[in-house]
Write a protein that binds this ligand. Structure first.
Ligand SMILES: Cc1ncc(C[n+]2csc(CCOP(=O)(O)OP(=O)(O)O)c2C)c(N)n1
Length: 577
């Protein structure tokens, strides 16, 4: 890309480019709940003083507060990871009916290959289900341009727009030029109950209107430069979208391409024309056969992929295999096993919880790693907020067996609170442990209402988790430091015996925020009986090499958990020199 006057060279990731593009589009407000790979969009937006960016308690709330801004007449954005959109599906499905006032864009980052997710759902399918126009940039520079156009499309066609990216697009960096100009869209607040009060009588009319808007969008999709044809030879043609386009071009640079930057509404005529120009037509797309099925619905002959390719990420070598009609045989690479950091407060919590012998329903966060051997103290994890309802449900059947729910502070605020209300209301008994490390650690350490600090790092009202639990009617609410293992285990015993609902808040800060490094521990070889109890803590600082157990002094932060449990007093803190 060549530099024009008034332009500035930048080197941005896809997520950063979306933030810069949103700024240029005149976005006034953005709200999100963190989720890899989308988190940096809001973190970058928070640095622009001309707009307001904030963390929401969950994706539904983020969507709705941003939509309020759109009705009020200013451009707004919400961003989330793919599973986050499940939480925001309710407002999404009906705001496409109502339509917008100022432009409104929903950015969703999918995670093919599940680098940091519990599933690899393909958000493109949501576009046709929810009837929302879909843009799919393939690179950071496209992210920058597409997001700006997304706001124009939103206003022109009176509809929210879905901008879908994937992990590789989110995190790849590219050097390109941008204008440092910011648009200013300002409309009057829209007071129009027929549009924004979706009672059946109004919604029926808006649904009819939506179908008309979609027909117009279909025409737009046929003509738009988002859908780009490049004829190089007539032997082979590829229809691609997103990052798959880059992979296919790398392997087959001489082929012809139709790149779909806007695959919903589907540009059927454009695809038919392209198909006529090439002898062999392939479709290369990650995850679901979204484009393939749409092409086939048009009666066009196309070579797609074997169902094994509906799983995982593509790559240039994967594209080669798809073209050769080979199945996906890629095995999971044996990666380094993930484990809790040295000094992580979740470790003593799991150490004590395991001693209860209870069935432990879990949730999503760093603490999910407690499910892995040798801690092996967590027995379920499906989606955010599920731990307390699973606990409630299990309690109805396994009345005489111990069940404990564990949930992090951020997850508790996200959707855990609803589960706790249900547990209180429906008379659940037992123990719920809120693992409060005072940060949203899993996604890199974001603030949340219980930290009392905003996205911009400013002090705000601090939510008290214990006050919430008491207000909801929980019988016992205790706060304890899980490093006091004896006291914690005693408390667990007492609360498990009672026929009551108890919440124990295990509070100790994440080591990423509390960097105080105490004097490290070391093993006294003369006293060590090599029983291996300390190894069961799965601390990265403790290793066994050639029959000798060692503590890496560079990794040890001096939490002292291992010393607490060593029966032979063989673990000693190094004296400060
Ligand atoms: C619906 C949804 N939104 C976001 C995420 C990403 N995510 C997973 S866990 C989590 C929060 C973890 O914070 P917390 O509960 O405080 O536990 P910690 O990691 O600090 O132990 C987030 C943001 C997700 N998996 N699902």
């Amino acid at each position: 890309m060549k530099k024009r006057e008034h332009q500035q060279q930048v080197f941005l990731s896809g997520n950063e480019a979306i933030a810069f593009g949103a700024w240029a589009a005149g976005v006034c407000f953005a709200s999100a709940y963190p989720g890899t790979p989308s988190t940096e969009i809001l973190e970058t937006l928070s640095k622009f003083s001309e707009l307001e960016a904030q963390w929401a308690v969950n994706e539904k709330v983020a969507y709705e507060s941003a939509f309020g801004v759109c009705i009020a007449g200013k451009r707004a954005l919400t961003a989330c990871k793919h599973v986050g959109l499940n939480v925001a599906m309710d407002p999404l499905m009906t705001t496409v009916y109502s339509g917008v006032n100022a432009g409104f864009v929903v950015v969703v980052a999918d995670d093919p290959g599940m680098h940091s997710s519990q599933n690899e759902q393909d958000t493109r399918l949501v576009a046709s289900y929810a009837k929302i126009p879909l843009l799919e940039p393939a690179s950071p520079s496209q992210c920058y341009l597409f997001i700006q156009q997304a706001f124009n499309i939103s206003e022109k066609f009176d509809i929210p727009v879905l901008l879908r990216i994937t992990t590789r697009v989110s995190h790849t960096k590219e050097s390109f030029y941008i204008d440092r100009k910011r648009e200013n869209v300002s409309k009057k607040r829209d007071k129009n109950p027929k549009k924004y009060v979706m009672i059946p009588g109004h919604a029926r009319l808006r649904h009819l209107d939506l179908e008309k808007r979609l027909l117009k969008l279909e025409k737009f999709s046929e003509k738009t430069a988002f859908n780009k044809e490049e004829i190089n030879n007539t032997k082979t043609g590829f229809i691609t979208s997103g990052v798959s386009d880059m992979y296919a071009r790398e392997v087959y640079p001489d082929a012809s391409f139709l790149t779909l930057g806007m695959s919903f509404p589907f540009p059927a005529e454009k695809v038919k024309n392209f198909a006529k120009k090439v002898k062999k037509l392939y479709v290369i797309e990650e995850l679901e056969p979204f484009i393939e099925n749409k092409i086939k619905q048009e009666g066009i002959k196309v070579i797609g992929k074997d169902a094994s390719w509906y799983c995982g990420e593509l790559s240039p070598s994967a594209v080669k295999k798809i073209v050769q009609l080979k199945p996906n045989e890629s095995k999971t690479i044996k990666a380094r096993r993930p484990l809790l950091c040295a000094g992580c407060p979740h470790r003593p919590t799991f150490y004590s919880l395991k001693k209860t012998g209870a069935y432990i329903t879990g949730d999503i966060g760093c603490y999910t790693l407690g499910a892995l051997e040798p801690l092996a103290a967590l027995h379920t994890q499906i989606c955010m907020g599920a731990s307390i309802p699973f606990f409630e449900g299990m309690g109805k059947i396994c009345k005489n067996e111990k069940t404990i729910a564990v949930i992090g502070d951020s997850t508790f605020i996200h959707t855990g609170i609803n589960g706790l209300i249900s547990a209180v209301y429906n008379g659940a008994k037992g123990v719920i442990v809120i693992m409060d490390n005072s940060i949203t650690a899993m996604t890199g350490g974001q603030q949340n209402p219980a930290t009392g600090i905003t996205l911009q790092g400013k002090q705000t009202k601090k939510l008290s988790i214990e006050a919430i639990c008491k207000a909801l009617g929980v019988d016992n609410v205790d706060v304890i430091d899980p490093y006091h293992t004896k006291a914690f285990q005693e408390l667990l015993k007492v609360r498990l015996k009672e026929a009551k609902l108890s919440v124990i808040i295990a509070r100790s800060p994440c080591k990423m925020i509390d960097r105080t490094k105490k004097s490290p521990f070391q093993i006294n070889i003369e006293k060590c009986k090599k029983c291996g109890q300390c190894l069961l803590l799965d601390c990265p600082a403790i290793t066994k090499q050639e029959d000798i157990i060692k503590i890496d002094e560079n990794l040890c932060v001096g939490c002292g958990l291992c010393a607490q449990l060593c029966k032979f007093k063989a673990i000693e803190q190094r004296k400060k020199t």
